[in-house]
Design a protein. Sequence first.
Length: 418
Amino acid sequence: MGHTAGSTASGRGCCGCRGLLRGSRGCSSAPRGSEIGQEPMATFRQTPARQPPPVLPACLDANRALSPWPSLVNQAKTADGPAGPWPADAMHVGFFDTRSDTNVQLFGQVIELARRVETDRAPIIPHAILLSRPPQALPRGFVLHLLTPFTKMAGSTVAQCLFAGLNRLSHGPGRYYVWKPLMHLLLPASVDRLLLLDTDVVIIRPLSELWAVFAQFSPTAVIGIAPEQSNMYEEDSNWKMKGRNGGVQLLHLGRMRASPKYTPQLDRYASGMAGVKLGYLGDQTLYTHLAYEVPELFHQVGCEWNRQLSSHFGFTNASVHACARPCGMMHVNDRRFKCIAWQMQKEGATCEAWHGLVTRTSLLKKGVSLPSNEGPAATEACPQMEAPEARMWRKAMKRFFWGCCIPSSMNGHGPVVR
């Protein structure tokens, strides 16, 4: 699920990602070979091998409490008071942000769309997981988890020790993405399962259908995650590993807490014993390696639930961009296209809005001022593409993403779940 220091879970807008898996810090806004419609060059495979990270003492071997909750982490709260207890059939949906100026209204925009398209009457419980109190009031109904105490007693718990270890293996926004694998140690035990979403997603099908995927987990699976829609991990591993994308995560927190393997595996990586650096992409690089080494911990979510709208690796490779199943969620993980996600959220993800965005070149060339995820007062324009680039973009959208929308006749017809 790009972020800057003070990251938000809003998308993996990674520039030059291929050179960033192993620790290179270079990042340009338009890496060579990543233009729209062009597959990237093979320079990534020539990246020199990095030295393995120094090995630190294991977190689980120390005399530490397992988790800061509930003594260190503030109790979950809503605008109306303490959170919970929640209905047994509630769907918990989380957004994670580490910045002090996070635009929490974007969280609400995603949830509003989710409720608009939902057909199940199970309540949606939205969670904002933040390091500091946001400058804006949270949208009504959101549960706030303030993790500020977690940052003030470094190393005193296993959770804090694991974060410090994973953080040192990452750089750029990856240093903040690595909070996500620790949610089982950060959220209260009353949250047993969580859909952790980036804010640059466009929900097309009811979240209850995605929530139902939890029931498909094997008895040992603790995480559900979809494939990364590029071949960067495959090429980096000589085609041994299948890349995972962290923009949509199904976290079975209860099983994570009880698993005899999950937290020890995190410790193995955090200590450096695994000999892996996590680079720019943090959690999804960790998940990719874990899924290769301990596949029983993972359930592969269908491609339809994380259709990644990124041009970093081109749009011509049907083997990664094509998905035969009906689009369930579009993930706009390219910084240049973020405004498309927010426009689609506002327009109810209708096919009329989506097809208009794709076909009306003037909209893309002039730019549209829309809320940004960089702060409550910021704006960001749609990409200003020249005509040849726009034609390639439209061709790719029509080929791979044309159905990522809701017919107007169906939009909003489900019951509104509050």
